[in-house]
Design a protein around this ligand. Sequence first.
Ligand code: SAH
Ligand code: SF4
Length: 355
Amino acid sequence: MNLSKLNQILATEPRYRADQVKRAVFFDLVEKWDEATTLPKILREKLKAECPLEIDAKIFSSQGDPTRKAVITLEDGVKIETVLMSYKSKKEDDETPRNTVCVSSEAGCSLGCVFCATGQNGFTRNLSAEEIVSQVLFFARLLKKENERVSNVVFMGMGEPFLNYEEVIKAIKILMDQKGLAIGARHLSVSTIGIPEKIEKFSHEGFQVNLALSLHAPNDELRTELAPINAKYNLKKVLHAIDDYLAKTKRKVMLEYVMIDGVNDSDFYAKELIQLIRLNIKKERQYLCLVNLIAYNQTGAFKSSPREQILKFKKILEDGGVQVTERFRFGRGIKGGCGQLTGKQKLEIRKQGRE
Ligand code: SAH
Ligand code: SF4
């Protein structure tokens, strides 16, 4: 779907037409222009010819896993991956299902974190705002058929959102548009490996979108080994930017820590992590930091920490006054878990066949 082309066509139409078209695409979620019956036939024909609505995607799912993955082929043939995680609340009084779409912000990633399949597969190109939004639209259309909607969007798929900052912000604004998909800012989250100047910029955007920082190590030596970008933006610089963000926005930040067996999961590192937060985040703002322990999805040489070690690590942090949560693993059967996205569909199918 080509949004820029759409905007070009609409530029010559009266304003109310543009609103009707946006409503059809982002609110009614039409998949064919013929379904947009509020539009005159002649405009529909033009849109059909010049701005097709189809999104070229293949879906992968596995039984018993509430996760579905879409491999989307973009106009130039580049493939990206998007994941839908559906979650039904166990609380009796809460009937609202949560449908979170995990979007890619780039095709591949240039940062080469050693534990991440996306990073290990290299970088192809940045995505445009419309290519980011299309990923959400694709699942929004699918969920509509199931009488549900996309409730949350996380920028935790392929790529580093803050190295494609402008397009990511544009996409966020489209996703939040009240007349369209209307996803509330608090239901949107951006995860970054930590690009200080972009964290700063983000703090000035004035919206309540959540921010997550991929920390993964409590000292520079280990973090640089895991995420080479740390050599340029070390922990002090990144956490200084985070502390500033907290001061400006008073919003919580999630510190993500992927638990890799024998690499970053020792008791010693848990204690070092407590110190890291104490030293780099002003005392009165430490309550805004929440560490999220993520079970590692195996993609290469590393293994996930055993459950007991994750719980032990968690307890040490809690005893040290740090707030901690744990993220469950979803989507591993379809290689749709965090860090497992590569955009390499062929490999995917072959591997699925073998499993
Ligand atoms: N580039 C951004 C966003 C995409 S990665 C970032 O790094 O934050 C989204 C999250 O998945 C990050 O926290 C990342 O560290 C984590 N991740 C990467 N590989 C993973 C793996 N194999 N298992 C679990 N989480 C992983
Ligand atoms: Fe890129 Fe994030 Fe993967 Fe690192 S973890 S390689 S920054 S996508």
